[in-house]
Design a binder for this molecule. Structure first.
Ligand SMILES: *Cc1c(COP(=O)(O)O)cnc(C)c1O
Length: 395
């Protein structure tokens, strides 16, 4: 039985990884427990965010940190912070950015569905570079000098989507950002593991970095981390926090918000829509601690155990080639790759598993290559056996 049964919703088995569509992953009992305990008393939210800032700063090497309702929410806060700085009037006017710096420079090949969160702050994305996939002449993607060229007095930020293949290298962009006085925002939502990526982008000079709380960190699905420069995190906090309080009564924690730098308190900002509860913050900080304590090697071994169990039930045959990806790479997520051959269609098998009871969701990203990918990140120990059984039966 699950809590969802009373609503007539059947739990599914998530062998795809932490997708929002599939409700993310399964939290560790310690994380759930932290959320339950948090729900049983009240705190001052600014004070809790200041405490989160200290924990996140220690984990990332950044000056400060903040928690919002997801990495996408953090990108909206980050962009808004870069547009308005600490001006409460400008904060109150967003997403109307008339008269403000309202352009964000971005490599065209990095455009993705999540950049809607950046645009939601009221900025226009200025695309740079042409990743030519058609003429055969496209040996280069955007280059650092092109980013430099695109910066004007209207540029609020440079936006960079981190990935192992991302070009140009982040260090080249942060050098330009520093020289031109333009902050660099990094979307690192799905860049964990490796654990070293918690510090990497800040070390490489990023001004603000966003991570999902609900992906590999194992925190609440509706949580995300923003870390970076103290003044920008202060601006993000001002966009986000509820300021329904008299100015003379308002004593925000100085480590998060330096009241002396403000001419007044902003009204509810654009980030108010990215609200996060004390439960999410307590859960996320607990998950972050457990993520760091576990380490890449132990985490990889835990995931690999699930993959091995499933693989042991599926021997390669004329119909299916079985391969384990990232088996020896502890900084990556191990995955099971099943390549179907001959008449057998990956799309049909994926549909069959999905229509099963319980419904099993695998990763369909490579179905056109007739491949099924199994990701172990969101599989409960008790579900691994069932996935192995069902796959063996269907294949
Ligand atoms: C998952 C993801 C996001 C959104 O993260 P949430 O925590 O779900 O808001 C943003 N950018 C990229 C690249 C992602 O993979």
């Amino acid at each position: 039985m699950s809590v969802f049964d009373q609503f007539g919703v059947s739990p599914i088995i998530n062998a795809k990884g932490p997708a929002t569509r599939l409700s993310g992953g399964i939290m560790r009992p310690e994380v759930s427990q932290a959320m339950v305990e948090a729900s049983q008393c009240c705190v001052d939210m600014a004070e809790l965010q200041a405490a989160a800032s200290r924990v996140i700063a220690a984990a990332t090497g950044a000056e400060a940190g903040y928690v919002a309702s997801g990495a996408a929410a953090c990108l909206l806060l980050a962009t808004a912070a870069c547009v308005t700085g600490l001006d409460p009037g400008a904060m109150a006017r967003l997403p109307d950015t008339t008269g403000m710096k309202n352009e964000v420079v971005m490599v065209r090949s990095q455009r993705n569905f999540y950049d809607h969160a950046v645009r939601a702050a009221g900025v226009k994305i200025i695309e740079v570079g042409l990743p030519d996939r058609y003429a055969g002449a496209g040996v280069r993607d955007a280059e650092a000098w092109e980013i430099d060229d695109a910066i004007t007095e209207r540029t609020a930020a440079i936006f960079y989507v981190a990935d192992t293949q991302a070009q140009p290298p982040l260090k080249d962009l942060t050098r330009i950002g520093l020289a031109r006085g333009v902050p660099v925002i990094v979307d690192a939502a799905a860049q964990l593991p490796p654990q070293s990526n918690l510090k990497r982008f800040i070390t490489e000079g990023a001004d603000l970095v966003a991570y999902s709380g609900g992906k590999a960190l194992g925190g609440p699905q509706a949580s995300g981390i923003l870390c970076g420069r103290r003044d920008l995190i202060m601006a993000a906090a001002l966009h986000h926090l509820d300021h329904d309080i008299h100015w003379d009564m308002w004593e925000p924690p100085a480590a998060l918000i330096d009241k002396s730098r403000l001419k007044g308190a902003p009204q509810h900002g654009i980030g108010r829509t990215c609200k996060v509860g004390k439960e999410e913050i307590a859960g996320l900080l607990t998950a972050l601690r457990l993520f760091i304590a576990e380490g890449d090697a132990a985490r990889h071994a835990r995931w690999l155990k699930s993959i091995h169990l499933i693989a042991s039930r599926l021997s390669s045959s004329a119909a299916t080639a079985v391969r384990i990806r990232n088996e020896g790479l502890v900084e990556c997520v191990p995955q099971l790759e099943l390549t179907l051959q001959g008449e057998h269609s990956a799309a049909a098998v994926i549909d069959k598993l999905r229509r099963d009871n319980p419904s099993i969701h695998v990763d369909p990203a490579e179905r056109n290559a007739n491949r099924i990918i199994i990701n172990p990140m969101c599989l409960h120990e008790t579900e691994v056996e069932l996935v192995a059984e069902r796959l063996a039966a269907v294949l």
